[in-house]
Design a protein around this ligand. Sequence first.
Ligand code: ATR
Length: 270
Amino acid sequence: MDRYAVLGWPAAHSKSPPMQRRFAEQTGQRMTYEAIEIRPEALADALKRFHAEGWKGFNITLPHKLAVVALCERVSARACIAGAANCLLRTEAGWSGDNTDGEGLIRDLHNQGMPVRGRRVLVLGAGGAARGVLKPLLDEKPAELTLSSRNPWKPEEIAQQFKPYGAIRPCTHLALKGDRYDLIVNATSAGHSGQIPRLPGQLVAEGGACYDLSYGTAFEPFRAWAQEQHAEKIADGLGMLVEQGAASFELWRGMRPQTADVIRRLRAGA
Ligand code: ATR
């Protein structure tokens, strides 16, 4: 049996094991998938050991996504640009790191009927989660991509770094006053402490959509804000989670699983 796992700290409540097992069932793949908790200081040794033991691949979750890049033998272009990896593939020499988060977001935005092409798009937050989705969003050719955070420096630095891939307008949240966006993507971690960034009112354009990379209770503050702003469509990041998992599965097994049913089941708590 080929062995796979998600590595995190904590990892026990990860939705990846039921999801990947369903993909395996659906496609008739003989593989196991579990959640393994690894402390940050133990990650390097654990990856060497797993390689020696013949494991085939891993998903990487918090807090290891950035640190794991330095532990890979090879890193894909998209993981390099994001500065983070969420998927490892076994090679003879060591681990090859990739990043399927951005692809997962774009696929879920399509599933949700939230187009990016030709739209005014705002990304809130300038941490690792935002970095991972900026290039895939730019590749969809939005009319405008603005990146905002509480202070101007991080968005400015990121806009400079991403210049080869397209224009990003760096901004503070408060300087967004008077702007209107067709799609607002919340990439802050504020929801995990029950908050949202302080934002000016009326940011959502007529018929506009709001998408949060978080799901579960961390999504609630942004959902409430988006409802107050009369966003026409509001979505959490559960679909993105499933789509990044499906993209990882495809890298490992060379076949694409169906996602709609798995998203439905996870949403129903199954
Ligand atoms: P990740 O690596 O998952 O992106 P992070 O870097 O800890 O997580 O946080 C991402 C963003 O969440 C940061 O940009 C941070 O905003 P600032 O750049 O303004 O500091 C934002 N964030 C976290 N908690 C926040 C809060 N309570 N209010 C507003 N923004 C917050």
